[in-house]
Design a binder for this molecule. Structure first.
Ligand SMILES: Nc1nc2c(ncn2[C@@H]2O[C@H](COP(=O)(O)OP(=O)(O)OP(=O)(O)O)[C@@H](O)[C@H]2O)c(=O)[nH]1
Length: 391
C-alpha cells in the first residue's frame, strides 16, 4: 500500500516536472504569429530569417530578445522630376489643338472653297467667326480682308484660299506682339511673376505648370502661395512645387496675401533664385476689394523687387462671361499677359483674338490639358496652322 502511494507520488511529480518544462520553455519570438506578406521588399522578406539566425547563434542562457519595435518607415523623399523644356511644347500639343479647333478652320475653308461667294456666304463666314468667340469687330475685319483678297485673286485654288485665311487670322492675332514671360533674373534679383484670375480658371494649376516649364528650362524657382482664402490652394501648390524641387512659401489660411508674397520674393532674393511666381486669390466679389488686395500685393512685393509680369488666367470655355471677369481684373491691376487655359476643351479658340483686342495685352501661354506639362508658350503661327489642319 505504501509503495503504491509512493509510486503515485513519484508519477505525479514527474508529470509536473515534464509539464513545467514543456509549458514554461520560452517561445520563439514571433512563433505562432503569421508574418504579414512581404510587399516585394527584399529587406522585409529577410528580417525573420535574421532573427532566427540570431537566436541560433546566441550565447546559452542569454535573455530571449524582445522583437525589435517596428519603427515607422521614414516618408519616402519625393522624387524630383525633370520636366521637358518650354521649346517645342506647342508642337507636341499641336494635335490636341488641331482636334479642338479644326472644326472652325475647316468650316471656314469649306465656305471659302464654294463656287459662288455671295453675300450669304460672307455672312456665314462672319457668323462662324463670331460663334468661335473671335468678336464682332475682328470678325468683320477678317471678312473684309478676305473679300478684298478674293476680288484681287480672281480664281481660288484650295491652297490659295488656305493661304489667305491664314494671313488674315495671323494679322488679327498679332504675330509681332512680345509674348515673352519675364521670368529671368536681373540685377541680382529674381524675375517676379504674379498670377491673377478668377478661382477655378486654372490659376493654381497654371502657377504649378509654369514652375515646371521654368525648371524644365534649367531655372530655379520659388513659389508663393498668396491665395490664403483656401488652405487647399496652398496644399495644391506645395504638391506642384515638391515634384520639381521648388520651395513654396505659405502661411496659415486667412493670412495677409501681401506678406506671403513679400516673404516669397525675399526668399527668392536671399537664395539667388531665378524666378518667383506668386499665386493670388481670385475669390473677391467687388472690384474695390480686388483692386485693394492685388494693388497691395504688388506694392508690398515691389519693396523687395519689381514685378516683371502680371499674368491673367482666363478659362477659354467661359466665353463672354470669362471676358467680363477678365476686364474687372485688368482694371484692378496692370495685366501684362494672358494665360488662356482649357483651350483643349473648346472649339472657340477665337477668344484669343477677342481677349487680346479687349485687354490690349498678348496671350503668352496656353493650357491644353490637365497633364502637368500641358502648358505651352503661345505661338501664333503654330496656332493658326493647327486651326487650318484637318483633325
Ligand atoms: N482640360 C484642361 N483643364 C485644365 C487646364 N488648366 C487647368 N485645368 C483644370 O481646371 C481645374 C481648376 O484648376 P485650379 O488650378 O484648381 O483653378 P484655380 O483657378 O487655381 O482655382 P482654385 O484652386 O479654386 O484657386 C483643375 O481641375 C485643372 O486640372 C487646361 O488647360 N485644360
Amino acid at each position: 500500500m505504501d509503495y503504491t502511494i509512493f509510486a503515485v507520488a513519484v508519477f505525479v511529480v514527474a508529470l509536473l516536472v515534464f509539464g513545467g518544462v514543456v509549458l514554461i520553455r520560452p517561445r520563439r519570438p514571433g512563433a505562432g504569429r503569421q508574418a504579414p506578406p512581404a510587399e516585394g521588399s527584399g529587406a522585409t522578406a529577410t528580417a525573420p530569417a535574421a532573427e532566427e539566425e540570431g537566436e541560433r547563434s546566441g550565447a546559452a542562457g542569454a535573455e530571449p530578445q524582445a522583437p525589435p519595435a517596428e519603427a515607422p518607415a521614414p516618408p519616402a523623399a519625393p522624387e524630383i522630376e525633370t520636366p521637358p523644356p518650354s521649346a517645342g511644347r506647342l508642337v507636341r500639343l499641336r494635335a490636341r489643338l488641331a482636334r479642338s479647333q479644326s472644326a472652325l478652320g475647316q468650316g471656314l475653308l469649306n465656305i471659302l472653297a464654294s463656287d459662288t461667294l455671295d453675300d450669304d456666304a460672307w455672312e456665314e463666314i462672319e457668323d462662324t467667326l463670331i460663334t468661335a468667340d473671335v468678336g464682332v469687330t475682328s470678325a468683320s475685319q477678317i471678312v473684309e480682308g478676305l473679300r478684298t483678297k478674293v476680288k484681287v485673286l480672281g480664281t481660288r485654288s484650295p491652297d490659295e484660299v488656305r493661304a489667305m485665311l491664314r494671313e488674315e487670322l495671323l494679322a488679327q492675332i498679332g504675330p509681332d506682339m512680345d509674348r515673352t514671360v519675364h521670368t529671368g533674373p536681373h540685377q541680382g534679383r529674381p524675375g517676379v511673376v504674379m498670377v491673377v484670375g478668377v478661382n477655378g480658371t486654372g490659376k493654381t494649376t497654371t502657377t504649378g505648370k509654369l514652375a515646371r516649364v521654368l525648371v524644365g528650362d534649367g531655372k530655379s524657382v520659388v513659389l508663393g502661395a498668396a491665395d490664403t482664402f483656401r488652405a487647399a490652394a496652398a496644399d495644391q501648390l506645395e504638391t506642384w512645387g515638391s515634384r520639381v524641387g521648388a520651395p513654396v512659401v505659405r502661411k496659415d489660411e486667412g493670412a495677409d496675401p501681401a506678406s506671403v508674397a513679400f516673404d516669397a520674393v525675399s526668399r527668392g532674393v536671399d537664395e539667388g533664385a531665378d524666378s518667383v511666381i506668386v499665386d493670388t486669390a481670385g475669390r473677391l466679389h467687388t472690384k474695390t476689394g480686388l483692386m485693394d488686395e492685388l494693388g497691395k500685393v504688388k506694392r508690398v512685393v515691389e519693396k523687395k523687387s519689381q514685378v516683371d509680369d502680371v499674368l491673367l488666367v482666363l478659362d477659354a470655355t467661359t466665353g463672354q462671361n470669362g471676358l467680363r471677369q477678365a476686364r474687372v481684373f485688368a482694371e484692378a491691376v496692370a495685366v501684362s499677359g494672358i494665360v488662356l487655359t482649357k483651350l483643349d476643351g473648346t472649339a472657340k479658340g477665337g477668344i484669343i483674338i477677342q481677349v487680346q483686342r479687349e485687354l490690349g495685352v498678348p496671350v503668352k501661354l496656353v493650357g491644353l490639358g490637365e497633364g502637368p506639362d500641358d502648358l505651352a508658350p503661345f505661338d501664333p503661327e503654330e496656332f493658326v496652322d493647327a486651326l487650318l489642319e484637318e483633325a
